[in-house]
Design a protein around this ligand. Structure first.
Ligand code: ANZ
Ligand code: ZN
Length: 825
């Protein structure tokens, strides 16, 4: 085969120029067409793209181009998650303001994305550090404040006593400040919270709507929200029985109430604090608990420890006195921070009771051996007078909680694991929280007319606290209420705030008067969202929450922001995740320069199905490049044939295969079979097998019979099929060839290929021919052949004649589609 010069660089540059010039990806609202909003999680502008980005964004681009060719009105935007800590770190290292560093990275990475040929509507580009963006976030925060969804409360931070600054979790290394090396302290400071818990029930319930999300992600969300139905039970305190104040516990197992032998409270519980006042030993213990991790995994494995407070509580039913202990595994932030301990049926309480010699009283009969471990399975009630023996879990839950409600000692409640969202960050490079502190009026929100509260950008970051605090021109302001001197909040928003609504702003990107407008209702929800599974919990939960808040503000009309979710697998090299820290990265830029964007795109789509991890292979990249060159060669060879044969393939040309050879018709059938499967795979987003189908089509191409009018006809059909099918994946080379072969101006606007049902019809079938039951030959007959024609063909066979020539044919049996048996003697 002849080699034609394939210069990826110039092909790609000219095709990209064509898309630019014709504004191919400009999205417009059009009520006459079905819309399709495709979005990939936007990148943090860290400096340059990595292979994970390339995979993510190629997937999004393939989906977008596919949906567009299927006739949808597609929007695919791109932007930058531009605030965050790395900019401050880099700024310190290189002595440049974070803003400059960020914008320079954006410029570089934008060029990289363009060189990959992604069909973005760049007119909608958003950088979240742009005041035109974050002003609306500040605005929404003020609306939430007005609605009572925002409050301030003391919360713990990591404090570096040497640098005198708050550290982010990732800046604490082995308990020490990353720069100073000083032992980090826990400090309580006032911070802002958003009441995401007000939406906990809806966030849980609406997971049911998300049928096009991976099951695993929905489960993770559901566990994170962690809804528990239980009972709050009030225990009076023995030392102030007269008093109405009670020690309230939360339990999901009220059926075990009669087995309570002590109460454990968190170190932060007021009762523990009170007891510690004249008990230095206890005070020490509380201090120790305070510095321990509150991560669930750590709590599950750490040694259970506790100390008696000296207080007693009164059992609300038996009236028995039970001791109150402090236990290191009880969390202040969950339920009421106090637990009724039932050692017989809770493993932690069991270990605790054994260690400190507390009573263990069995009240549930179920599988298990109390000598070994707690019996934690639900079972039937025993030893629980006044409640009857034999009640099952549901019935005893009901009987006991009703008894408590009647006696005003408890109530059924729902608890969530989900906490309110602390959004204050003591960092510079983020959106300022639009609040003002006035000595006489207290906290005063910034008036909407004064938005945005701009973040000063020309600063030098030194790492010893936010530079905002040292900028009187930022901090000092007038109180909007009393006009007296006041100070601005210097904390900034958690950067999850920006990524919680960018998808909606892409619809109303240029609105200077409002956060969103009716265009957001046109485009939202995102039809296909694509990104890493590492965002399966927080980002998606916060965005779902914001969407509901925006809906309640009348800004969007749907309940959920992302209709379908695809979480792409990791990119691995030698079995390990490709990452800077492992030093096993492959720079996409080098590959683009060497092979072109189409090769990189083809390899990433071919190497694995989207959800699975992709193992890097240099040979695979080479193979992708060779395949593109093959198509390139075929196409040019074909072009020469067309010219030589003087054939007309204008768009009016009608295909006609009458008189075609069996061989040609069979090839055509194969091609349409392959196409049929490929179209199905495209719809399921199994792009790896679509590429494989492209390769099969190329193999069919190589089996094309000698050049005649009809085989050239089929060659043209096959080429057109191949180019269109592969165009979402390798858009540059297919566009260039589409045009060069005269198929049309732009493959983007070409109709999506369709299977020709006539091509699939089997033209001829093979039949076995037997003589007296013995296989003698195989013959081919037309599918349409009737009995007489089949008999004639069978007896005409030379091999068959050898056996019947000297005999008399008595009978011919025809089993349709299978065999012919000639009985002769
Ligand atoms: C008595 C009991 C008996 C419990 C029993 C369990 C088994 P979920 O499902 O996660 O909501 N609990 C309540 N508040 C707690 C806190 N702040 N820190 C640690 N543990 C706490 O778990 C609810 C159960 O976890 C509650 O039910 C309580 O222990 C404990 F056989 O109460 B249970
Ligand atoms: Zn004031």
């Amino acid at each position: 085969m002849q080699e034609y010069k394939y210069d990826a660089k110039s092909v790609e540059a000219s095709v990209q120029h064509f898309w630019d010039k014709t504004q191919s990806f400009l999205a417009k609202e059009d009520l006459n067409k079905e819309k399709f909003y495709c979005l990939c999680m936007f990148p943090y502008p860290s400096g340059k793209l990595h292979m994970g980005h390339v995979r993510n964004y190629t997937l999004g681009d393939v989906v977008s181009r596919y949906q567009r060719m299927k006739g949808k009105n597609v929007m695919q935007p791109m932007g930058w998650d531009a605030f965050g800590l790395p900019a401050e770190n880099a700024a310190m290292k290189h002595d440049v303001p974070p803003a400059r560093w960020t914008y320079e990275n954006i410029n570089y990475m934008r060029d990289q994305l363009k060189s990959l040929g992604f069909g973005y509507d760049w007119s909608r580009e958003i950088a979240t550090c742009d005041p035109n963006y974050y002003r609306w976030e500040q605005w929404l925060f003020l609306q939430m404040y007005k609605k009572g969804l925002v409050y301030k409360k003391n919360s713990v931070v990591n404090w570096d006593p040497v640098d005198k600054t708050v550290l982010a979790n990732e800046q604490v290394v082995d308990g020490r400040g990353w720069r100073s090396g000083a032992l980090v302290e826990r400090r309580e400071i006032p911070q802002w919270f958003i009441k995401i818990t007000d939406y906990a029930d809806e966030l849980l319930k609406d997971l049911d709507q998300l049928t096009e999300w991976p099951e695993q992600v929905r489960t993770m969300q559901s566990n994170w929200i962690g809804r528990s139905e239980g009972v709050e039970i009030d225990f009076k305190l023995a030392h102030k029985e007269d008093d109405s104040s009670a020690l309230t516990v939360f339990t999901t197992r009220p059926d075990t109430l009669m087995g309570v032998s002590f109460i454990s409270v968190a170190a932060g519980h007021p009762l523990a604090q009170q007891a510690a006042k004249n008990n230095p030993e206890l005070a020490n213990f509380l201090q120790e608990c305070n510095t321990a991790s509150v991560a669930e995994a750590d709590i599950a494995t750490m040694e259970k420890k506790g100390m008696a407070t000296g207080f007693f509580a009164i059992h609300p039913i038996s009236g028995e006195k039970v001791p109150v202990w402090v236990a290191n595994f009880v969390l202040m932030g969950y339920g009421t921070g106090a637990v009724m301990a039932v050692p017989a049926h809770d493993q932690r309480d069991y270990e605790f009771a054994n260690k400190y010699d507390l009573a263990i009283k069995q009240v549930i009969e179920a599988e298990g051996d109390l000598a070994q471990a707690a019996i934690t399975e639900k079972g039937t009630l025993i030893n629980s007078q006044p409640f009857s023996d034999g009640l099952n879990f549901d019935d005893s839950f009901k009987a006991i909680s009703e008894y408590l409600e009647i006696h005003q000692a408890g109530r059924v409640t729902v608890n969530y694991r989900l906490r309110d969202w602390g959004i204050s960050r003591q960092r510079y490079w983020g959106a300022p929280i639009p609040m003002i502190n006035c000595a006489s009026c207290g906290v005063v929100p910034v008036p909407e007319a004064d938005l945005p509260v701009r973040l000063p950008e020309d600063v030098i970051v030194k790492g010893d606290g936010s530079p905002l605090k040292r900028m009187p021109e930022f901090v000092n302001t007038a109180c909007p209420k009393c006009q007296g001197p006041a100070e601005r909040e210097t904390d900034t928003f958690d950067t999850f705030m920006e990524s919680s609504w960018y998808y909606a702003r892409f619809a109303s990107f240029d609105n200077a008067q409002a956060m969103l407008d009716e265009r957001a209702s046109y485009w939202a929800p995102v039809d296909q969202y694509i990104g890493g599974v590492e965002h399966a919990i927080l980002h998606l939960l916060y965005a779902r929450f914001f969407h509901k808040v925006m809906r309640d503000e009348g800004l969007v009309s749907s309940d959920e922001p992302f209709k379908a979710l695809l979480t792409q697998g990791m990119v691995l090299k030698d079995g390990a995740k490709m990452s800077k820290s492992k030093g096993n990265t492959v720079d996409p830029q080098e590959l683009i320069e060497r092979y072109g964007a189409d090769t990189v795109r083809l390899f990433t789509m071919f190497a694995a199905p989207p959800e699975q991890s992709l193992e890097w292979s240099d040979a695979g990249v080479e193979g992708a490049y060779r395949f593109i060159r093959r198509i390139w060669n075929f196409a040019h060879e074909h072009k020469e044939n067309l010219v030589a044969q003087n054939q007309d393939y204008s768009s009016e040309h009608k295909r006609n295969y009458s008189g075609a050879s069996d061989e040609l018709l069979e090839l055509r059938r194969d091609a349409h079979e392959v196409l049929k499967q490929a179209l199905y795979d495209f719809e399921r987003y199994q792009f790896n097998t679509v590429v494989a189908a492209g390769m099969k089509l190329a193999n069919i191409w190589q089996r094309l019979p000698e050049n005649d009018r009809l085989s050239a006809e089929f060659a043209h059909e096959l080429m057109s099929m191949m180019l269109r099918l592969l165009s979402p994946i390798i858009p540059h080379v297919t566009q260039a060839l589409w045009r060069e072969l005269g198929f049309g101006e732009s493959v983007l606007t070409a109709p999506w290929p369709e299977v020709d049902p006539a091509a699939l019809v089997t033209q001829s079938i093979e039949l076995i021919v037997q003589v007296n039951g013995k296989l003698r030959d195989k013959i081919k007959v037309a599918t349409s052949a009737d009995r007489a024609a089949i008999e004639a063909a069978a007896t005409a066979s030379e091999k068959v004649q050898n056996f019947i020539a000297d005999k008399t044919v008595r009978k011919v049996i025809v089993v349709p589609n299978r065999l012919v048996n000639i009985v002769a003697n």
